[in-house]
Design a protein around this ligand. Structure first.
Ligand SMILES: Cc1cc2nc3c(=O)[nH]c(=O)nc-3n(C[C@H](O)[C@H](O)[C@H](O)COP(=O)(O)OP(=O)(O)OC[C@H]3O[C@@H](n4cnc5c(N)ncnc54)[C@H](O)[C@@H]3O)c2cc1C
Length: 270
């Protein structure tokens, strides 16, 4: 087996020089890299010495350093809003040792179809700070759709605003420690008896994720009393691959039912 070189930069500038060399990849929690194997990788850049391990919450905005773990993000947000969508989506992810290891940056760059992070970040319309070939702030949506943004660039932070949106997260798992076959994220803003707006994302579909704009349009400016959950269930059109789940048609039906339940729960206010 070919020797794998490890690099231990102490500054972001040093890490950026390495990342731009191409075949040398950042190593964050290592939980995605290890099962992937090291074919085609010329070396690994250990990010643990970089100042990317922080959460800043100021004036209604949140900035999380990319080396923060799932567990650290849950603790930081729990202290200000236990109902925050990232608390709900990450607190049951994987298992305790993994939540202490999996990082935000590695999970954005890797974006597996079982991600408990990405639905929430997409729904929050979060932004990423990149350095390297691409430097600046970019939306998470652009990052996941535009391959060139992911080339030779290091994610240093993720940013989003704190909002008063109600939140719901569902993980479709068969056992407690299972990877979710899919997961649903809903954010909803209600004023008086009307839904002002919503964001609905399903991660794990054939396109990796789907934003359900048909449901968002159905809900927009609608009187709460005129929301028909059965109608919503029928509007859910998402395709799943049969690879990881036995029956894609059944999963699509299940996604509709669970989405309806989620909206019902949010309308009841808990
Ligand atoms: C058994 C198991 C169960 C899991 N279950 C779940 C689950 O239920 N839900 C869930 O959400 N996740 C789950 N995960 C985690 C998920 O599959 C990935 O392993 C994880 O998201 C990768 O994060 P990491 O910090 O370990 O990244 P790493 O493995 O270190 O890196 C992953 C990729 O991202 C790149 N990278 C890392 N950091 C950066 C950066 N700052 N900038 C640019 N590129 C970077 C690396 O070069 C690599 O290509 C599970 C993992 C395991 C092993």
């Amino acid at each position: 087996m070919k020797d794998l070189n490890w690099y231990f930069p102490k500054s972001i500038a040093e890490a950026v020089d390495l990342v731009q060399q191409g075949k040398i990849l950042p190593h964050a929690g290592g939980t995605g890299l290890l099962p992937r194997g090291f074919t085609g990788i010329g070396g690994l850049i250990d990010l643990s010495r970089l100042p990317l391990h922080y959460s800043k919450i100021e004036n209604g905005s949140v900035e999380i350093g990319s080396m923060s773990t799932y567990a650290e993000v849950v603790s930081a947000l729990m202290a200000i809003n236990p109902e925050h969508i990232l608390v709900k989506s990450l607190r049951n992810s994987a298992n305790t040792p993994l939540r202490n290891r999996i990082t935000i940056g590695g999970s954005i760059a890797f974006f597996p179809p079982w991600s408990d992070l990405m639905g929430a970040l997409l729904a929050l319309e979060a932004k990423l700070v990149l350095v390297g070939k691409n430097s600046g702030e970019f939306s998470v949506t652009d990052y996941v759709t535009n391959k060139t943004l992911r080339e030779k660039s290091l994610i240093t932070a993720v940013k989003f605003n704190l909002s008063n949106l109600r939140s719901y997260h569902y993980r479709d798992i068969r056992t407690k420690s299972d990877y979710p076959a899919f997961n649903i994220t809903i954010l909803l803003k209600q004023s008086m008896n009307k839904i002002e707006n919503s964001r609905v994302i399903i991660v794990g579909t054939v396109k990796k994720y789907s934003r359900l704009t048909t449901i968002e349009e159905y809900l927009k400016n609608r009187d709460v009393g005129k929301i028909n959950i059965e109608e919503i269930e029928k509007l859910v059109e998402v395709k799943f691959a049969g690879k990881r789940i036995d029956d894609p048609e059944y999963s699509s039906y299940l996604a509709g039912v669970e989405l309806g339940r989620g909206i019902e729960q949010l309308l009841r206010g808990h």
